[in-house]
Ligand binder design. Structure first.
Ligand code: ATP
Ligand code: MG
Length: 250
């Protein structure tokens, strides 16, 4: 399974979901690869010191570097990181005119499938070449939507991109689900937003909702997932339960 975590809206919880879902999947025992496809490198920084990153996904995709030379282990058992660096921002310009520009990641990940049966791709907040590469490579798409008044803005464009990718490049791409993040269950606004999201996405909305939690904001600073940083927190319970739902839906 290759799960792309995408939503072109910024700051909706893609990275927080990618790092903790990948950690939860790894803790079940299967080697799991977290592919950081965002030039901001937030997933990478959540587990690694940037000084230890000498080769990134950019070098793999654009320069033909061996994936094995870029991948580094995280603090979580069975979790490995294909790191990003700011250089990824140059990818679009670098691949202009290349016929296989949209297939580069898929082609490079192919050989890694036996070693990493589970992969999670953290996408940047845009619908450009990087996110399209993720959607072409992925078996499943998971969309985090922030519990906010403008929650659904932009999801039409995301779904349109998914349709184009399905029609041209990856017909079996499945929308695995939508997870509501940064939810504050005490407010009636949050309940309204949940209903609104459910009206649009129906049963695609995961039963698990990720609450607002300071612990989830803090754990990356300690290079840990929520499961070791605050195992008794709501964030740990909720991301564990999201992982169970993800497994059920595959
Ligand atoms: P970008 O589009 O910039 O890549 P993103 O979609 O990856 O952003 P995150 O980086 O995961 O979003 O989250 C944005 C901010 O919100 C971060 O500071 C993060 O720590 C915080 N955050 C994410 N989820 C939660 C949560 N459930 N509770 C509290 N804070 C959260
Ligand atoms: Mg992010």
């Amino acid at each position: 399974m290759i799960v792309a975590i995408a939503n072109q809206k910024g700051g909706v919880g893609k990275t927080t979901t990618a790092i903790n879902l990948a950690a939860a999947l790894a803790l079940r025992g299967q080697p799991t690869l977290l592919v950081d496809l965002d030039p901001q490198a937030n997933s990478t920084m959540s587990f690694l010191d940037m000084r230890s990153v000498t080769r990134s996904v950019y070098d793999v995709i654009a320069e033909g570097t061996d994936f094995a030379d870029a991948i580094l282990p995280a603090s979580v058992p069975n979790l490995f990181i294909a790191p990003s660096r700011i250089s990824l921002a140059k990818l679009e310009a670098k691949l202009v005119g290349e016929l296989d520009a949209h297939f580069r990641l898929k082609d490079r990940l192919e050989a890694l499938k036996p070693a990493y049966p589970t992969m999670v791709i953290d996408c940047p907040p845009a619908l450009g070449l990087l996110t399209v590469n993720a959607l072409v490579a992925a078996t499943h798409l998971l969309v985090p939507i922030q519990s906010s008044y403008f929650a659904l803005e932009g999801t039409d464009d995301l779904l349109e991109t998914v349709e184009k990718v399905r029609a041209r490049a990856n017909p079996t791409l499945q929308i695995m689900g939508v997870v509501i993040t940064m939810h504050d269950k005490r407010t009636s606004l949050a309940r309204d937003i949940r209903e609104q999201i459910q009206r649009v996405f129906g049963t695609k909305v995961f039963r698990t909702t990720i609450s607002k939690s300071v612990r989830l904001e803090e754990s990356p600073a300690y290079k840990e997932s929520i499961f070791t940083f605050a195992p008794d927190s709501s964030g740990a319970t909720e991301y564990y339960s999201l992982c169970e739902e993800v497994i059920d839906r595959v």
